[in-house]
Design a protein around this ligand. Structure first.
Ligand code: FMN
Length: 363
């Protein structure tokens, strides 16, 4: 029952979609970090439902930091954030304590928790739980920014439409964090929105690919085997509900490349060691090489769709059909970008604190 993640910086997650509160405890945080409430608010705003393709559930996310701060700064003791659930409508979910939504976690939760799981709104498996990760991650993300380490995620692909590549990383990250939909190119944004709306009109859902960049990361952070930066980041990404694939740098395309194409040649500029390409995504041997860390996550279409689908009643052991009601994201991806981004910040901070000690983020 592992709901805690991290080494030097440990994040514990709790709560259910329709329970009283969602929350997180962050342990190992550097004392003296100034809490940037404005940044927490803006990151939570990016996660909130905003378009017709997102859930009609409207949560205000009125979070409270109940421990680990004094006079607006972290004390270094466990910081606990609690966020009440206000807009719940549990009656829509009554049948899912016995009828499995295809692609969702109703059946597997039943198998693991012997029927004692909270099935309302997807319970502990709901995307709603990510609100706590965003609030916690935003605290760490703004502390990293003071050290010159920036993290940003955009929607790289939806349907057949691609966003442009990161160009000026710092500017692009600032831009992504200032707009409701994390898409760099305006034309691509319009086309992607049309694709998402179209999927919803057809009572369906759609996924896509998110791309994350982490810049300013010093070379030499990460471990060679089981805590490689790739494994830490992908472990965290696969914890985010609905993420089904992660690739770094050239990713799966590396299988079609020759060594001479894949290798990132080194050079020196202004006393800094850089590489000409970044096919390895800023990581060699599990350790940061000082180039931007770049990775992509594939997120699946939400499983809860208002179409008749074949399934089972796992309590009665009968075959049945289900047409899912309730309020759902027909496209998760606009809201998931900020989850990926803040989760990446938590992982990177953990790696830095493991390497340099818990005072690393002191400002
Ligand atoms: C921000 C966010 C919002 C989500 N919203 C929905 C939703 O409205 N409906 C749904 O079926 N799944 C939604 N999901 C995905 C489910 O939580 C997820 O598919 C489910 O827990 C099963 O886990 P798995 O897809 O990783 O196997 C959301 C995920 C995230 C990250």
């Amino acid at each position: 029952m592992k709901n805690t993640f991290g080494n030097a910086l440990k994040v514990t997650l709790f709560g259910e979609s329709h329970g009283e509160m969602i929350g997180t405890v962050i342990d190992g945080l550097t004392p003296g970090i100034e809490i940037d409430y404005g940044f927490i608010d803006s990151q939570l705003e990016r996660r909130r439902s905003k378009a017709t393709v997102c859930t009609q559930r409207k949560e205000k996310d009125e979070y409270k930091i109940v421990s680990g701060i004094l006079n607006g700064k972290t004390t270094g003791t466990p910081l606990c954030i609690m966020i009440p659930n206000m807009d719940t409508k549990s009656s829509d979910y009554q049948i899912f304590d016995a009828v499995a939504r295809p692609g969702h976690a109703d059946y597997t939760a039943h198998c693991k928790y012997h029927g004692y799981q909270d099935h309302r709104g997807g319970g502990h498996f709901s995307g709603r739980v990510t609100v706590a990760l965003v609030a916690a991650g935003a605290i760490v993300q703004s502390a990293l920014a003071k050290k010159g380490i920036l993290v940003g995620t955009h929607i790289k692909k939806c349907g057949s439409v691609y966003d442009r590549d990161f160009d000026n990383y710092a500017k692009d990250i600032e831009y992504i964090q200032s707009i409701p939909f994390s898409i760099l190119d305006k034309d691509a944004e319009k086309q992607m929105m049309d694709i998402m709306i179209d999927a919803k009109k057809q009572n369906d859902s759609i996924g896509g690919i998110m791309e994350t960049a982490i810049i300013g990361m010093p070379a030499g952070v990460g471990e060679p085997w089981f805590d490689t930066l790739e494994s830490m980041l992908s472990h965290a990404m696969f914890a985010i509900p609905a993420i089904k694939g992660v690739e770094f740098g050239a990713g799966f395309n590396c299988a079609d490349m020759l060594g001479s194409e894949m290798n990132d040649e080194f050079y020196i500029e202004d006393g800094k060691i850089l590489t000409r390409s970044n096919n390895n995504g800023g990581i060699n041997g599990g350790i940061s090489n000082g180039m931007p860390i770049v990775f992509r996550c594939a997120i699946k279409p939400a499983s809860s769709i208002p179409q008749k689908q074949k399934t089972v009643n796992f309590k009665e052991m009968t075959q049945t059909e289900v047409e899912i009601a309730g309020r759902h994201d027909s496209a998760i991806i606009p809201r998931a970008c900020v989850v990926t981004e803040t989760m990446s910040a938590l992982v990177i901070a953990d790696a830095l604190l493991s390497r340099y000690g818990t005072d690393y983020l002191f400002n």
